[in-house]
Design a protein around this ligand. Structure first.
Ligand SMILES: C[S@@+](CC[C@H](N)C(=O)[O-])C[C@H]1O[C@@H](n2cnc3c(N)ncnc32)[C@H](O)[C@@H]1O
Length: 405
């Protein structure tokens, strides 16, 4: 991996960051569009992984202050780094925590054994309809089959004795429901949902086993001790620098790798959108999390607000706190999308400056150096949130910052 390492260099009066050719290639930049980042498979994990490999060493702390689905935290610990993930959404921290909690062989056996004993779809009608309250908001807009499926499985999950195993199964249930319902027009049948659940469970178990083998090897400790290398905190990132749950002795963070909420962009972080634009809070119910807030709570404020003043105030406040994690040698790497980049990007950059950061402009090394920001189409990477057409057609920019001198 040594070939991927960037270098810092003098460029005019400023310090610039050179992304070497292998890094550009890994980010998917091809020779015909030298300054565009594209990811051929539309996934983002490689990006967080490459940033962590390029800019940190083993045992360094990596922080994602807007952790979402937890990709950066999961990648960091799989590479032998320490990781802290912060998110205001209890759904996001649930996901990150469960994805980064190892299961023992016994846990896996128990879960698979439990799944084998599940009743067939025909018998779910009885279990799933039990205690069905007609006005229950948790199941709003879900089809009858979907309600019976989720209710039936949530009822069965209670038979699993161990909380860690139960949470893992909730994660699989969430992934199954999201794949089958979120942003979909057609309502799947109960049989299909149950079949998808069994398939997702089997493949998740083998992926999980392989992942934890790698993590244990990277940290050279038994899997049961691996959670000591990560902290996941459910809170606003403003003020998180003084939160005692992130050990002081881990600081400073070497790298912040993140995607904050995007200015003016409609992304639902807390709802599934089904059969068109009908929203359901079912994800909170499935994961047993509290859903106490509306959309603007998760997006730095309402996206229709002229000038997005609340958005930029939140950005300033969170990044002012993020400073507290950093030293002069730390790097902040962000991917950010915009609904109207022509005015929002300059304001975004000004806000980062006000929060105490200096931008490092990437130099793309292709024989001759090009100094420009690099962009890529937004991949549809949020597996629990719906991204509408407005976002899919837009691009996100790679921003690099360090503390202002
Ligand atoms: C763009 S998403 C992060 C996506 C993530 N990088 C991924 O790949 O899944 C932004 C996240 O920021 C969280 N968020 C919004 N406001 C926040 C705040 N003030 N503090 C911490 N997290 C916040 C949202 O809940 C959401 O999960």
């Amino acid at each position: 991996m040594a070939g991927l390492i960037k270098r810092l260099t003098k460029y005019g009066n400023s310090l610039a960051l050179v992304l070497d050719r292998p890094v550009l290639n890994l980010l998917g930049i091809d020779d015909d569009t030298p300054l565009e980042i594209t990811t051929p498979d539309g996934k983002s994990p490689e990006f967080a992984r490459e940033a962590i490999l390029a800019f940190t060493r083993v045992r360094d702390l990596v922080v994602d202050p807007f952790t979402g689905g937890g990709t950066a935290v999961a990648e960091a610990i799989s590479l032998g780094r320490r990781a802290a993930g912060i998110d205001i959404s209890s759904l996001a921290t649930f996901l990150t925590r469960v994805k980064t909690t190892p299961l023992s062989s016994r846990d896996v056996d128990m879960v698979l054994e439990w799944a084998k004993q599940l009743p067939p779809a025909a018998n779910f009608n009885n279990i799933g309809c039990r205690a069905l309250e007609p006005n229950d908001l948790s199941v709003r807009h879900l089809s009858r089959d979907a309600v019976i499926f989720f209710r039936g499985l949530l009822d069965q999950i209670r038979q699993i004795p161990n909380l860690r195993q139960q949470r893992f199964v909730r994660l699989i249930l969430l992934a199954t429901g999201q794949a089958a319902l979120d942003c979909k027009m057609d309502a799947p049948t109960l049989e299909n949902l149950l079949g998808d659940f069994h398939t997702t469970l089997r493949s998740a178990v083998s992926e999980f086993r392989a992942y934890w083998r790698d993590v244990a090897a990277a940290h050279a400790v038994p899997p049961s001790r691996l959670t000591q290398f990560r902290r996941i905190v459910n809170r606003c990132s403003s003020g998180s620098d003084v939160d005692k749950r992130i050990p002081r002795e881990w600081l400073p963070a070497r790298l912040i790798v993140t995607s904050p909420p995007y200015p003016g962009v409609h992304v639902l972080y807390h709802r599934w959108q089904i059969s068109g634009r009908r929203e359901t809070p079912a994800a909170f119910w499935i994961t047993n999390q509290h859903d106490g807030a509306g959309e603007s709570y998760y997006t730095f404020g309402p996206r229709q607000q002229p000038g997005l003043t609340r958005y930029f105030a939140q950005l300033r406040s969170t990044f002012t706190s993020i400073r507290g994690f950093l030293s002069a040698r730390s790097l902040v790497v962000q991917l950010v999308g915009f609904s109207k980049p022509e005015w929002q990007l300059p304001v975004y950059l000004r806000t980062m400056k006000e929060a105490g950061f200096e931008e490092l402009m990437p130099l793309c090394d292709r024989g001759a150096l090009h100094q420009r920001r690099v962009w890529r189409p937004v991949p549809s990477r949020r597996w629990y949130a719906c991204i509408d057409r407005e976002v899919q057609s837009s691009r996100e920019v790679l921003l690099l910052h360090r503390l202002a001198g």
